[in-house]
Ligand binder design. Structure first.
Ligand SMILES: [Zn+2]
Length: 210
């Protein structure tokens, strides 16, 4: 796994799997460590874990229910996700694992999010906001770091720089509403589950292309 520092307090963990890339993130907040997505199993998570500041609380965030974002989930830390994410993990667990078992890295345990929300959740001391952003999937959430002005868009950005439009398991109109919310937010850097580090203008580009 490759580790890259983005701005002042965010680490990006990237790995190449066959012909696709997978990212997870760590935000070192004032009071808490936020791990955004947990990769393909315990090996991925244990790698990320080495970078956390153990004097602070740690929170895991699952951007959506897909296996490549939740298979590293552990009972060791609280896990936050959208209410529907918990439900979709339960419903899809067996199928996701049997269809994609070749990608598992280490052990995989069915650990469900224990803190769920509907519209948004704000960590005041850390200036970190989680909000509902359906599009790629109906349970997708995004995170904004108000200090570093980074949007973590989950899989709402396509998989690489040529393919900026994501796979949509929602109505296109739902995704467009989310893009409009993104446009109004104050950030300049946009990162996601599979693409590279992009600028805010990627949102406009997706709107033009879609
Ligand atoms: Zn996905």
């Amino acid at each position: 796994m490759e580790v890259k520092q983005i701005k002042t307090r965010c680490l990006m963990f990237s790995q190449k799997i066959d012909d696709w890339d997978l990212n997870a993130y760590l935000i070192k907040g004032e009071k808490r460590n936020f791990i955004i997505d947990t990769g393909l199993g315990s090996e991925d998570f244990d790698f990320i874990k080495k970078f956390i500041d153990n004097r602070k609380k740690t929170i895991i965030i699952n951007t959506h229910f897909h296996g490549d974002h939740i298979w590293g989930n552990t009972k060791k830390y609280p896990i936050i996700a959208h209410r529907l994410c918990r439900k979709l993990i339960l419903e899809n667990w067996d199928a996701m694992l049997s269809d994609n078992r070749q990608y598992v890295n280490g052990n995989v345990e069915k650990v469900l999010p224990d803190i769920t929300f509907d519209s948004e959740l704000y960590f005041e001391e850390d200036k970190i906001k989680l909000f509902y952003s359906p599009g790629h999937t109906i349970d997708s959430i995004s995170v904004i770091d108000e200090i570093d002005k980074i949007l973590f868009a989950g899989d709402n950005i396509g998989d690489n720089e040529e393919e900026i439009i994501p796979k949509l398991y929602c109505e296109k109109s739902t995704f467009l509403e989310t893009l409009k919310i993104y446009e109004k937010l104050d950030f300049d850097t946009c990162v996601s589950g599979h693409n590279t580090v992009l600028k805010k203008d990627v949102i406009q580009k997706i709107m033009e292309k879609i």
